[in-house]
Design a protein. Structure first.
Lengths: 226, 253
């Protein structure tokens, strides 16, 4: 087992999930509470990685983050190294590629919160930030867990974007899915089996944790005794 | 004093209301679908009005909405900035917060002890102080409505909007609560608008009545005058029957 790749994959998935949750919460709140006409465009944009081939996304990110473009050169000057073929670049690519898996469950969870509760909070002079923290997040906690698990697992198993953007650099961009690909290419099936089994076990355990959560804690709003 | 000038279209429904509500307690009376709840939501600022609809609403002389001048985009026009409390049939208590936390939700500007004190006083007023530590799922419909009323009253709004807020209470408890509430609001100069389709509710409060029918304000005046016909109908229901029904048989021992 390539433990270096395991550690790198876990680090990448953890960082990506944390960044995505920080981004997805305000974005989902804006989509739920706002009345902007830009909402369909933003929704389409955030869902794009679901339908886009990973290699296409990886290619454009490679070009955009590489030394041939203005943004790529600016980022290189800022960080001191190019983003392409680096762990940081991999994080950027993973965040974009896994975004729908974090954003969509949270938007669905927030949208399922009874709008009468949001109206009540507005009337009690709550700001949108306060509504997010005190109403939306507690009532959509399940969606947050689902989003985190899906984003984490999706990043762990990511292959196309990683290969296009990061290549295969040990301890920098070589993740478990790249290791698995290399093992199969070298006909090292027993090692490939171990790697694949590890990824499969992680996925099954995480999904079991998501689906075996206790029933909704806050199901009733009055009237239960009538 | 509330000045209202609304003209808007929602599908096939047209709402046209132009009036000034000057009395401390106004009852908006009308059948289901007359536009009563829409009117209240517009006053509260919960529904958006865009051209070609028009809305002009002033609360105590201050315009909180004026589509002609796009006032709804300015500070002071958002629902939380109108100093308006609203209670609807659906109590909409935050299910993850205890009753006391629900009532203190709108009191964030106060210190912790002042917040608790004010919330308990409001719960006492509506007869729900004993429910302070419960979660909304542990309340009956009537109890939840009492708590929702306490929550809306706690920040001491200048206008209280009540959309059939006590429908889950029995008539006796409802009348008792309204009778306790009216002088309390009056002492604090809080104007109230109560929406109902029940003539008995409208008559019990002895307020000014605005009669709404199919989106149009058809009458505005004292309850006794505006609802004279409804009062007569209610009284006729209560009148004892003097003649036995045709074909009815009575057993005598």
């Amino acid at each position: 087992m390539d433990w270096q790749a395991v550690a790198l994959t876990l680090k990448l998935a953890t960082l990506t999930t944390a960044i995505l949750l920080c981004m997805a919460l305000p974005l989902a709140a804006w989509m739920t509470l706002g009345r902007s006409r830009l909402r369909p465009a933003i929704e389409a944009l955030t869902a794009l990685p679901l339908v886009l081939p990973p290699t296409v996304l990886g290619f454009y990110l490679l070009v955009l983050l590489g030394p041939r473009t203005g943004p790529g050169r600016a980022l290189t000057a800022l960080l001191g190294h190019p983003l392409a073929f680096s762990f940081t670049g991999l994080v950027v690519g993973s965040v974009i590629y896994s975004a729908p898996f974090a954003i969509q469950p949270i938007v669905a969870g927030f949208s399922a919160v009874d709008h009468a509760l949001i109206d009540s909070a507005y009337l009690l002079s709550a700001s949108k930030t306060r509504i997010l923290i005190t109403v939306l997040i507690p009532l959509a906690a399940r969606s947050l867990v689902t989003a985190a698990v899906l984003a984490f697992l999706h990043t762990m198993g990511e292959f196309g974007v990683v290969l296009m953007l990061g290549g295969d650099i040990p301890n920098a961009t070589r993740t478990l899915s790249i290791v698995l690909y290399n093992q199969v290419e070298n006909f090292d099936y027993p090692a490939a089996n171990h790697t694949a089994l590890l990824l499969l076990t992680c996925s099954i355990l995480a999904l079991l944790a998501v689906y075996s959560r206790p029933a909704r804690l806050f199901s009733g709003i009055g009237g239960s005794r009538d | 004093m509330i000045e209202i000038d609304l003209r808007l279209q929602r599908g096939n429904f047209r709402l046209e209301v132009r009036c000034t509500l000057a009395t401390p307690w106004t009852v908006v009376f009308g059948p289901s679908g007359a536009g009563k709840s829409t009117l209240l939501r517009l006053i509260a600022g919960l529904d958006r009005v865009a051209q070609p609809d028009s809305a002009r609403i002033a609360i105590h002389g201050q315009y909180v909405q004026d589509t002609q001048t796009r006032l709804w985009k300015r500070p002071g026009s958002l629902p939380g900035q109108r100093a308006t409390g609203m209670v609807t049939q659906q109590s909409a208590l935050f299910p993850h917060l205890r009753v006391l936390q629900n009532v203190t939700y709108g009191l964030i500007h106060l210190g912790e002890s002042a917040r608790r004190q004010q919330a308990l006083a409001m719960l006492e007023l509506v007869g729900a102080a004993h429910l302070a530590d419960r979660f909304p799922r542990q309340l009956s419909g009537g109890e939840a409505q009492r708590v929702a009323l306490a929550r809306a009253l706690a920040p001491l709004p200048r206008l209280l909007l009540l959309d059939e807020p006590l429908s889950a209470l029995d008539a006796g408890a409802r009348d008792q609560l309204l009778l306790r509430l009216q002088p309390w609001l009056s002492e604090r100069s809080i104007q109230a608008i109560l929406v109902t389709h029940d003539a008995a509710d409208a008559l019990a409060t002895d307020a000014e009545v605005a009669l709404l029918h199919e989106g149009k304000l058809t009458a505005l005046g004292p309850a006794g005058t505006i609802l004279a016909e409804e009062r007569a109908r209610l009284l006729s229901r209560l009148a004892p029957k003097t003649k036995p029904r045709t074909g009815a048989k009575f057993k005598t021992k």
